[in-house]
Write a new protein. Sequence first.
Lengths: 784, 154, 286
Amino acid sequence: MTANRRVNDTTSAEHDGAPAREQLGRSHTRTDAADKVTGEAAYTMDMYPEDVLHARLVTSTEPHARLRDVDTAAAEELDGVVAVATAADAPDTRFGEFVRDQRVFASGKVRYVGEPIAVVAAETEAIAERATELVAVEYDPLPSVTDLEAAGARDPPAVVHEHVREYETVDGGAHVEGAARERPNLLTTAIAESGDLEAAFSAADHVFEREYTINPLQHCTMEPHVAVARADGDDVTFWTSHQIPHVVKEEIADLFELPPENVVVKTPFAGGAFGGKERPVVEPRVLAVARQTDRPVRLALTRHQQYTSAPSRPELRVRIKDGVSEEGDLLARDLTADISVGGYNEEVYNIANSVPTSVLGSYDVAAVRRRANGVYTNRPPYGAFRGFGLPEVNFAAERHMDRVAAELGLDPLEYRAQNLLEAGDQNALGETLHPCENRAVLRAPIERLGEVDVEADYPDYCGEEWTVGIGHAYGNKAVPQGETEVRLDVAPSGDLTARVGAPDVGQGSNTVVAQMVAKAFDTAVERVDVVAGDTDKTERDFQGPSGSRFTPYTGNALRVAAARLREELARLAAPRFGESDPDALQVADGSVVDPRTGKEVPFADILDGERAVESELFEDGVLSVLGRYEYHEEDHIYWVPVAQAAIVACNTLTGEVNVLRIVTAADVGTAINPAAVEQQLEGGTGQAIGGALYEEIVYDDGRVRNGTFKDYAVPKSTDLPYDSETVVFESVDTEGPFGAKSVGEVALFPTAAAIADAVEDALGIECTELPMTPERVLDQHLDT
Amino acid sequence: MTDVQLTVNGNEHTVAVDAHRPLRDVLRQELGLTGTKESCDSGVCGACTVLVDGDATKSCLVPVGKVADTTVTTIEGVGGDGLSDVQQAFVDGFASQCGYCMPGLVLSAHDLLADNPEPTVEEIRAGISGNVCRCTGYVKIVDAIMDAADARER
Amino acid sequence: MGEYVKVESVEEAQRSLREETSATVVAGGQEVTLDLRQGSIDPRVLVDISDVDALNEIAHTADGLRVGSCVTYRDLERDKDIRAEYPTLVETIEGIAGPQVRNNGTLGGALCDADPVFDAPTVLLALDASVTLSADETARTVPLSEFYTSEGETVLADEELLTSILVPTPPARSAGAYRSMTPRQGDSTVAGVAVRLVRGDDTACRRARIALTNGAPMPRRVPSAEAALAGTTLDEEHIERAANAIRDALELPDDLRSASYRETVFGRLAGRAIRDARDGLPEVKP
């Protein structure tokens, strides 16, 4: 139906040598695009160093059991096996985020099917695989618990970590207190409340309560988790497909008691991450065996192990109770999210603690209580997935807005508008919503859909078999406080090198970095080289591209660094201008310029290495500065409002749902690279449709049943709408670099709710569980 | 182990391998041609796609012995000194994000256009349904292939 | 692990199979490579028959369409005559997996795999196809409906090769339809129903063929459902009976979807497929 859309200004037409004066707001061709379409871009998965050994994980086949014996003798004897590591060969200490609950290899007990028990390193992958079959593991099975409700009870069928209250906490982590301690599998509980909830509910004319279920899914990064490790005494080097190399470095150094300066972690490009590569997963395991040899060792998870032994998106149950007035004012909201941790805490502690405070940017609710519980289960561990649990909670919240509107006979869009948190309002945390285009964003998708003539536009879907529906939802991504460091070098030639700790995992960060730095120096984007993801060459960045924090923190850190360098260049150049006030000078195209006279002094003249450059920033022939940026004034630095409207066709024979058209609107602050913004919005929408309709990890007593792309429905080209449109609003946010806000996660927030709303429009069914598989849809449809 | 003779990207190679080994592994690990990717390992995702006598083929589903008397083209053999028109269209059209699926998609696109020089959007979507992309939602990929087709037409 | 032999004739293939105790025949090679990867087979020799001319022929004969067992799905898709004469078959083939798989996958390979989730065998059953199985000196023709055993294996003997498939010329005044449910494009089919109806002089339906994908451990027809339609006017009552017969005949393999969902879907798809085929018949008054 939609004609071929043109991306804004896709070509970077300034290759005639003349500098581009518009570095921002320009769809500069991505600097990595050519290498990626030719297959020349480097990924860890493609690394086969000379002499490399191939490693494979041996993992638990029991969801919960005492580990009676691990016999590696037969594996070690296999021809071609060079080294084997078990718990005895790895540090005994536990590691983990906020709570140290995990060991490199299972010791004493296994807590999920897929838990690493050993690693085998061999001359070939085939031998390594064969060897894993020869490792004899004896288990004494224990009762297991995988049901979230049962696990969270006072007397669950099994206790996953008997001594969790004694585990060491780090970085401000804390154990549960008081009555919560009576729930043995409760890892963490967090709460945010404001106003008088009881009074507000009493005053409400109507109270509506519902429970929503979101089932687990897998990131399905095209590149698996993979790392190559080389250990030479205390010197350890990793190449790894990871989002945050500096976290890997710190944690490995800490865990293996190595001097941090001896640990180097490099990520070239990563073939997708989506939050699944934020914690050390393969690195500790491959190091345990790499230490036994002086050869490099390569460990990649098999695709099935991606489902069992790498983090996945958690299972959540969200209960919402809303109190509203007859006129449609949302007076009170009580929300509780129970989140499955899995056998160990990959990141659900953090997710649970951020849920209560992070879902507070959409609506103005006077009395609020939000709770989140992280509960251990004998399931493979759950962790971050694009949006950090918030899109899943938003699904529940937006479905509930629709529910209330339907019950009260209100237009759902107007109900939302009536209760929308406005710029200048304070949310329940006392944070003030920055000026943003939330009202326009809320309405834009439905406005863009306009009058839909189903018979004219979708003739294939008219008739008995299909029913068409339209739905809508809203959301916002609150980007948390944080900090990071970068390094910026300027050479006498005017060339710049931006060193950022965060690798480009596909979102185009390297290109945007180059654009921002070029802007800061008023020079061509091509003059900026970006070094990313190498702990040896970059400053400490413990956030990486996670939680949408790259844009504000790396972006602003680069601005800080650029400002310092410009200042220094001006100071060094000032005498050349006979100028006592360096502030009057600017930089452009590799020169310091006086805008009043037009006089230019090239950097080369003032950074001439032949004479000692009188600057503390001058080293190795370049002017180099560390830029640090932090924001801790409020819990969140800014919000990114987003909304979507979807047209779906539902098959009344089978329950299949096709998304025919979807429109996504977002306020991105400033679109530094409009095409890259579209990429994130379109791509995030596609991924979210997968989670709304197709994707679910199916377990049988903690065993993954569908751990391959054959059985796990990651969407193909014909499963996602071609007619996916983005409407970008810009409202400069003063906190964002050059006014830019983040776009990496935002598209996922409203999607499932918009589609569920559309399915309800088509079939009259409620859809409170994700994904809305054909079976679930047909079941409900036939019940009505 | 046998000596298997392969012609890859116009070059002849003789590799001593198990003839049953998947072509994908021989390309990546014996010939160092890592442009062809390993991803799902179950024949679904198409990241391992190469051309065998011009036909898009999943190299993880082909024993290397099978291609002994054929012409294999990998991503390294596409384009000459520069980018092919399809590759250029992908670059210009912002079709690539993490890039891991790109080699397979470029080859599938070349095969698609060779078979069907004027595809509709639906034919393109069907024509790349053997290649999984996790990042893009496929929209810009379809547009880029359409652009390449349009450019050939002119 | 080991040897790879590309044969140039059926005789050469049979000789290799005779001489080698541990051999597997390869056509497109895709399923075999997966099986090797999973370790479910480990033959010493792979005997590749895909280059044998005789196995790649497509012939329109007096009896019908004869397709060599190594003809690829792609070859069939591209053949305009086949598309015109067997539209249901070609439309079904277009929906199989993706382009790469269809470039290399063969009808013969699909039939010999005996996988109940494959679509092509189901449609071929509904078209009354038969297969030629060749041993050294002899060849026999087996109706496809007798090609599968109840345990989900084939009657192919060790020394036999499936060399060709015959799809009889569709009777005059016949029409077919195939309706299926897959979670995504190209996935393994969750439920599929193939129908071919032949109109009678006095009745709407003289003869019916109904076959199922993933309704049993092997591709299978449902004679009770066929009987429910034969000689009837193909009205809603009889269609409902046929759908019920199909549900009763199901022996559902394990699946991520529940049995009750699949039973429901089989019934609904059956109704849809029968009506679609009926609507394709000339001058039918339901």
